[in-house]
Design a protein around this ligand. Sequence first.
Ligand code: AMP
Length: 283
Amino acid sequence: MEVIETVAQMQQRAEALRMAGHVLSLVPTMGFLHEGHLELMRVARKHSDRVIISIFVNPIQFGPTEDYDAYPRDTEGDLEKARRVGVDVVFLPREQEMYPTGFQTEVRVKEVTQHLCGLSRPGHFEGVTTVVAKLFHMTKPHLAVFGQKDYQQLTVISRMVKDLSMDIRVLGVPTVRDPDGLAMSSRNKYLTTDERVSALSLKKSLNLAEEMFKKGEGSAPGIKRAITDLIESHPHTEIDYISICDPVTLEEVKRLGDENLVALAVRVGKTRLIDNCLLRVKQ
Ligand code: AMP
């Protein structure tokens, strides 16, 4: 496994691999790798013959009061995990390499960023699209793999790729969960034992929404009320948002249709967690 730290070397390597006829995939991450990230790498491997991952905690996607400094990091552990899963290249740029002095360009997707996390984290998605666009130019992948856990991120990136005619296939991978249902996240490390129990309320409320939908509940406010009660019955929780929306535009709906997204962001103690599920009428 190769570890590359500079943009110039990464671009050279990607170009050489392309010229040699390889199909390249990219899995962008912020490190502190867990089984969810590793699953993305396995999927990437299935669809390509050279897997590149990037590890970069991207400062411009964190708000001024968010956890950039505290974000967990473990480069040695990450490299070991990546090696075991069969990654070919790890791109590990430093901040100055990614944002050299004078940097002033932003990539902005205008509409699908105006809902869900876009409302509570102003500037977040601009940070994401800007870094991902840069990573695409640095690693030149044919295919890029993202998790459905960050559903809006996947939507925003797919939109950017389409709108900017980037010749890259975007693949989404279902959320990987701990055995008790908690969606894996690098931020789960922050949770105390008690908070971790309360964190299960996210998945429980998605299950409840699914049950209600299956039984024919068509009112979004009705489902939201049930979810709010369930989450609020757990200590240490504070709801940031509960959204029932169109899975393409992410616009809120009042009545559920054939396809709906339920997306949640909940603060458990100081940790902000997100989760989501699709509610679909079976064909
Ligand atoms: P992050 O390191 O949090 O920026 O995540 C890097 C990639 O891993 C993103 O595409 C995430 O959506 C994806 N990811 C994070 N957690 C999970 C999970 N539990 N299951 C599947 N994908 C995940």
